[in-house]
Design a protein around this ligand. Structure first.
Ligand code: UD1
Length: 365
């Protein structure tokens, strides 16, 4: 049984790593890894393959950046001949990036069964490109693996047959738990001369934040106030820099003495930086999940989340991107003692193991 696994952008790599490792334990499964090349910088791609021991991709489509239409179309055009050549029994895609929907569409149109890992998540905000990718990928998938109960409920509401849906837990958390000890050994705190719990971590990359001067203005004002109280470490996604420069905020940020912007970090350094932080400010999806397991307070600079379990059970709070919203969330955290880590159901490090057990059986029918 041949399966092609697809990874394209940074948050895909930590999801693919445990799947590749578990699939390899099943001799009846023959796996190929296709990297679409959506992310290509060393710090956005290769470092994750090195640190998470992911075998080099069998194929790299090297699509690079572009508008949504161009990038998606380019991935499709380059993925089709790979499927023609390999003739797999199934294609497995993860997450909600353009590579996910692009490769999913190619697969189903060639009659190849599609497996979606991290299915069913919904922000109910169709202005998010990821929401479109999620809804469409789920609609055409044959097997849908969910990380939390809300995913199952959303899929059932959308009319997806119950026998296609499996609640298996969170593969991103598999990776976090598997590498936690190695991450603890990272020397990032010494390198940045930081003490545990005496700094905040910031990440930003959502178009609704970094491509909007209004949202950026609110975030910048809030950061100015926060950094007077607590150093803020900002490993910046390339897209964030572009937005900040385009909106004319780079000088303002450079003038904040305790805001430290830097290039994106590797997985182990970033996990260590997060796990020792007083709090994390982010608009990422995966970081809402990781901080839940690490027990680190997370302020999500968005109005909604497709990962409600992190708010219901975890350490996550939605604060939007206005100055007042962020600062209110910030004050709430500093006034409270540190919250304990919680484990949403099945976030136990064994999600990929469950998926690898279900896939060969499900494909046989
Ligand atoms: C993509 C995903 C998003 C995910 C994010 C994680 C989509 C629609 N979005 O957003 O869901 O949360 O990845 O990072 O698929 N760039 C580089 N080097 C790179 C990659 C990108 O400089 O290696 C720059 C380019 O200027 C590019 C921009 O970042 O135009 C955006 O990259 P793109 O892949 O289009 O989307 P992301 O914002 O990274």
């Amino acid at each position: 049984m041949k399966i092609i696994l697809v990874a394209g952008a940074r948050p895909n790599f930590m999801k693919i790593a445990p799947l590749m490792a578990e699939f390899r334990k099943h001799p009846e499964l023959e796996c190929r890894l296709v990297h679409t090349g959506q992310h290509y910088d060393e710090s956005m791609s290769q470092i994750f393959f090195d640190e998470l021991n992911i075998a080099p991709p069998d194929v790299n489509l090297e699509v690079g950046s572009g508008s949504h239409a161009r990038q998606t179309a380019e991935i499709m055009t380059r993925f089709e001949p790979v499927l023609e050549r390999e003739r797999p029994d199934a294609v497995l895609v993860v997450g909600d990036v353009n590579s996910t929907i692009a490769c999913g569409l190619v697969a189903v149109k060639m009659g190849v069964r599609l497996i979606h890992v991290e299915a069913g998540l919904r922000s109910f905000d169709r202005r998010m490109p990821e929401e479109i990718n999620r809804v469409l990928t789920d609609a055409i998938s044959d097997l849908l693996f969910c990380s939390e109960q809300s995913g199952v409920d959303n899929l059932r509401r959308e009319g997806i047959a119950a026998e296609k849906i499996f609640l298996v837990g969170n593969v991103m958390i598999d990776t976090l738990l598997a590498h936690r000890r190695r991450a603890e050994a990272s020397g990032i705190l010494d390198r940045l001369k930081l003490s545990a719990r005496e700094y905040a971590v910031l990440t930003l990359h959502r178009p609704s934040n970094v491509d909007s001067a209004v949202s950026l203005a609110g975030i910048v004002e809030a950061l100015d106030a926060i950094q007077k109280d607590l150093p803020v470490i900002f490993p910046a996604h390339p897209r964030a820099w572009k937005g900040i420069e385009a909106a004319g905020f780079s000088e303002r940020l450079n003038e904040m003495p305790r805001l430290r912007a830097m290039a994106p970090l590797g997985y182990l350094d970033f996990m260590k930086l997060m796990s020792s932080a007083r709090l994390v400010l982010t608009d990422s999806g995966g970081i809402q999940e990781e901080t839940t397991i690490l027990g680190v307070p997370c302020l999500t600079l968005r109005a909604n989340t497709e990962r409600p379990v992190t708010v219901e059970m975890g350490t996550n709070r939605l604060v939007g991107s206005s100055r007042e919203g962020i600062l209110e969330g910030y004050r709430g955290i500093t006034a409270r003692s540190r919250e304990g880590a919680v484990m949403p159901p099945l976030w136990d490090g064994r999600a990929a193991e469950r998926i690898a057990r279900i896939v060969p059986e499900a494909l046989r029918v």
